[in-house]
Write a protein that binds this ligand. Structure first.
Ligand SMILES: N[C@@H](CCC(=O)N[C@@H](CS)C(=O)NCC(=O)O)C(=O)O
Length: 242
């Protein structure tokens, strides 16, 4: 009997979904199907999708008959562990390296992503449409600490060593959300962060330029920024007509 393929639920415009997408490409994992969940149509709250992820976020992962995962970092780790455990992205045979990658990713989710999202994600919330500038000082503090860490350790990649890991990918897709508010956050002011970011950006652009779905990441980031711009313009218009 043919094996039923896993399904990854996603929308390219969602940065955490893009982490999972890049992982599948880097480890050449193809034995699954993509399913689009269109956030602009609130498909994440459909009855069917809530069975996959009751917390209505993408990405989601379903492996028949009964494995349901959500959270991009967990999905990415599982895909690597089960399909390419030797990958330097998250090497199963190197417990110390994995500890460092986990450490970077826990910091990223608990501190960096949180500080970024408090400022930027209100742009996308119905009835808001603008960044929360009150939370900006905390985000700037976090960015300064991130910069100092890179400077002190002179890291090429976040988990050390000479190869990109999952920690670089998740952090990259968090930080490029700052492109939604260029007038508020200028990452070029943090020289070590900026040179690390450009290193990862070059890698991602190269990856995005070939193979199936070439250009999907560039297009998704453009759509993400255009939508953020549209939300902010609309919110300012609504405010001025109040
Ligand atoms: N920590 C989660 C964040 C996922 C997330 O918030 N996804 C957004 C899109 S970028 C989403 O699905 N939002 C829809 C909702 O919350 O209803 C992850 O890394 O997977």
């Amino acid at each position: 009997m043919a094996k039923i393929r896993p399904i990854i639920y996603w929308m390219p415009e969602s940065p955490p979904c893009r982490t999972v997408y890049v992982v599948t490409k880097m480890i050449d994992f193809k034995d699954f199907d993509w399913k689009l969940i269109d956030l602009t149509k609130s498909e994440q709250t459909s009855e069917d999708y809530l069975k996959i992820n009751p917390f209505h976020t993408i990405p989601g992962y379903f492996e028949p008959p009964d494995l349901y995962l959500y959270e991009s970092r967990s999905i990415a780790r599982y895909i690597i562990e089960t399909n390419k455990p030797e990958s330097p992205l998250y090497p199963l045979n190197d417990v110390r390296k994995r500890a460092i990658i986990n450490c970077c990713m826990d910091y990223e989710l608990g501190t960096l992503f949180r500080a970024m999202s408090d400022v930027i994600l209100p742009i996308f919330k119905p009835g808001q449409g603008l960044p929360n500038e009150e939370k900006l000082p905390r985000f700037i503090q976090v960015l300064n600490e991130f910069e100092k860490n890179l400077e002190q350790k002179q890291l090429k990649y976040l988990a050390g060593g000479s190869e990109i890991t999952l920690a670089d990918l998740v952090t990259y897709f968090t930080l490029i959300m700052c492109e939604a508010t260029p007038e508020l956050i200028d990452l070029s002011q943090y020289p070590n962060l900026y040179s690390w970011l450009n290193r990862i950006d070059k890698f991602i652009k190269e990856l995005d330029s070939n193979g199936d779905n070439a250009g999907v990441l560039a297009k998704a980031q453009k759509n993400f920024c255009d939508y953020a711009k549209h939300c902010q313009q609309q919110a300012r218009k609504d405010k001025s007509s109040e």
